[in-house]
Design a protein around this ligand. Structure first.
Ligand code: C5P
Length: 402
């Protein structure tokens, strides 16, 4: 669970269909400990009634700049000063345009001008509107001004089309907002991460893979980016959204993962190998679909390259962090692996136990380094990832200083 304890979030809801999701967003922000006030535009009120937001936030909803009574209660300047962050979700193409041009003709745009708090926007619109030069130019202006842009995601749209322009899901937005408050422990440091399984083809329709979901590696990427790192994420096949601010490279096989990693490892200051790389691949991939003509079939497998070992063995390796999934004797095996591969740090977790490890949302790690160690979790993978990044940052900075 993201930590927003005591953070004051001013949520600006503008007039798009995704506004219905913002009611859930308020709940999730509050669950994470935030204090939320909602400002709605006239357009937003056509989609969702203010009473909905009043009920979920537990606070009156603000919508008018020129209502003396509302201004007397908590005026636009007070709201602008109150906020630790102003988040526009959904942010329509119109809202982005108006904020980009500094208009102040309603309560929300006025607050955007009057606040000194960070401003974040979660765009939501039809894919053609999103791709339009006008929208992209406005976004470029906002980004230059330091506005944080969360998403949008891609997928089915309310208008029946499919493409980029969906508002991020409420939990993704909560995490992105939490990221704004995290300490810049890895500011400007380049971090390369592998995640997910690899997929080793047998023939054009079949492959060998494993149960890795990629959730832990993606959480590490998100936590590293939130800590200010420049993150490249080399991902095997997994259906997860790319964390905000992360450069993602999709690969399938171990060999492709190795190629993508070696192309980037020279630049990386930290390398985190969380991928569950298949240990073996087919000696020969069949060019056409194999027929079931025999009762027994033998597949000849050959070892895959050790990606982590390759990086750790480079002449000037980055700070290397490996993962180890163990079913027994975890600490001893993990420490052997750390020494064997010459790693700076290893994060070991139990697999085959319900609730943590592969595909679970929670995890617990034993982290080991030369002369020390720490236990993290059990907790949500993002929480564990944040704590891991804290340890990595400490050890990395210690090493750089020596
Ligand atoms: O040897 P084992 O597979 O248990 O090591 C696990 C660690 O090594 C993980 O960090 C994993 O990402 C990495 N690894 C790798 N390439 C392989 C096998 C494992 O990078 N071929």
């Amino acid at each position: 669970m993201a930590d927003l304890q005591g953070r004051r979030i001013l949520l600006g809801v503008t007039g798009g269909i995704a506004a219905y999701k913002s009611a859930d967003l308020v709940r999730r922000l509050k669950d994470a400990g935030a204090d939320v006030r909602v400002v709605m535009t006239r357009g937003a009120m056509e989609f969702v009634r203010p009473l909905t937001f009043q009920a979920v936030s537990g606070q009156p909803v603000h919508d008018s700049l020129l209502d003396p009574q509302a201004e007397a209660a908590m005026g636009h300047i007070e709201l602008a000063r109150w906020a630790d962050v102003v988040l526009l979700a959904p942010a329509t193409a119109d809202a982005l345009a108006r904020v980009a041009h500094g208009l102040a003709d309603d309560l929300l745009t006025t607050i955007c001008l009057a606040t000194e708090a960070p401003l974040a926007v979660a765009p939501a619109m039809n894919r053609v509107m999103w791709a339009h030069r006008a929208t992209q130019d406005n976004l470029a202006v906002l980004r230059r001004r330091g506005v944080h842009v969360f998403g949008p995601g891609a997928g089915d749209q309310a208008c029946g089309e499919v493409g980029a322009g969906r508002m991020l899901e409420p939990m993704e937005l909560v995490q992105a907002v939490a990221g704004l408050f995290s300490e810049p422990l890895l500011q400007g440091v380049s971090v390369l991460i592998t995640a997910g399984p690899t997929r080793e083809p047998i023939d054009p329709v079949r492959y060998i893979t494993n149960r890795s979901s990629g959730k832990m590696g993606f959480a590490v990427a998100q936590a590293a980016a939130a800590a200010g790192a420049r993150v490249s994420l080399v991902a095997g096949p997994c259906a997860l959204p790319t964390p905000p601010g992360v450069e993602r490279v999709d690969v399938e096989t171990a060999q492709e993962m190795l190629d993508a990693v070696t192309a980037r490892a020279g630049e990386a200051q930290i390398f985190v190998a969380s991928a569950a790389v298949a240990d073996y691949r087919l000696a020969q991939v069949a060019a056409s679909k194999l027929k079931k003509s025999r009762d027994i079939m033998h597949l000849e497998l050959v070892r895959n390259p050790d990606i982590l070992g390759t990086v750790a063995g480079m002449p000037n390796p980055p700070f290397t962090v490996g993962f180890a999934a163990e079913t027994d004797n975890m600490r001893a095996y993990a420490e052997d692996k750390r020494r064997g591969k010459g790693l700076d740090m290893i994060a070991a977790n139990w697999v085959g136990r319900p609730g943590t490890g592969f595909d679970a949302d929670e995890n617990a790690l034993e982290v080991l380094w030369e002369g020390g160690g720490a236990s993290l979790g059990p907790a949500g993978k993002l929480q564990v990832a944040r704590e891991l990044i804290r340890l990595v940052a400490q050890r990395y900075h210690d090493r750089v200083q020596v």
